[in-house]
Design a protein around this ligand. Structure first.
Ligand SMILES: [Zn+2]
Length: 242
């Protein structure tokens, strides 16, 4: 079943036709399963990917595809308030974000989370995947260990690198640690549509949205906007794009 997904904007805000790039309503999304929404351009390639995985005994399952602004805001603000674990640089131990100065807290969060409005998951082009064939009752926590060789999703991670995903237009934006976002072997992106979204994303428009909605750490993001875009997002300010 395929259904277009829409919805109203927030009262008092003038709807921008591209507001969906920031997780607001109106994007070109298709619901491919209950609660799983993808950019319409990614639906066919994703189905082809799932079929190719099944031929290898991998049951591709989606932990998260499109997430909207409010969903991302809950994740972000629970981490900022110390109500949800914030992992250290290696993705192992939990940090106490409240023990950090606001600027350090911002960079600790950015290592493993995108702020609301700037998540690639807002575009519907990006997915977090796991392997339902990993074992009965297995549910992923999305940790690097699960996707390492010998881990429950190790075969999936290796297969995603084998070239089939790339031939269908997918890539892993967080495959290497460049000192910003940590390695996320579960995160896959449909490149043709994602590149269009990245090119259209306007960092100043995003910042205005964060301020309007009084999102946690918005002022710390404002002070470090170029660094946040270049080192963590990889999009948003053309001159500083990495
Ligand atoms: Zn992800």
């Amino acid at each position: 079943m395929m259904a277009a997904v829409g919805g109203g904007g927030k009262e008092g805000e003038v709807a921008d036709p591209r507001q969906w790039l920031y997780g607001l309503p109106g994007g070109p999304l298709i619901e491919i399963a209950a609660g799983v929404r993808l950019h319409r351009a990614a639906v066919g390639p994703f189905r082809a990917l799932a079929a190719a995985a099944a031929r290898e005994g991998i049951q591709l399952a989606v932990a998260s595809a499109h997430r909207d602004f409010e969903r991302q805001r809950v994740i972000w603000e629970e981490k900022a308030a110390g109500r949800r674990p914030v992992l250290d640089r290696e993705g192992r131990a939990s940090l106490d974000p409240l023990a950090l100065a606001p600027r350090e807290r911002l960079f600790a969060l950015l290592r493993w989370s995108a702020p609301p409005g700037a998540s690639r998951h807002h575009w519907g082009t990006d997915l977090d995947l796991w392997d339902r064939a990993a074992g009965p009752g297995f549910r992923p926590a999305l940790t690097p260990e699960e996707y390492a060789p010998g881990g429950p999703c190790g075969r999936l991670a290796a297969w995603l690198d084998s070239g089939v995903a790339e031939s269908l237009g997918f890539y892993r934006p967080y495959a290497e640690d460049r000192g910003g976002v940590g390695i996320e072997p579960w995160h896959l992106s449909y490149r043709p549509a994602a590149e269009e979204c990245a090119a259209a994303f306007d960092a100043h428009r995003w910042l205005a949205l964060l301020r309007r909605r009084r999102v946690a750490l918005a002022e710390e993001i404002a002070e470090a906007l170029a660094e946040v875009c270049a080192r963590y997002l990889g999009f948003g300010l053309a001159a500083t794009r990495v």
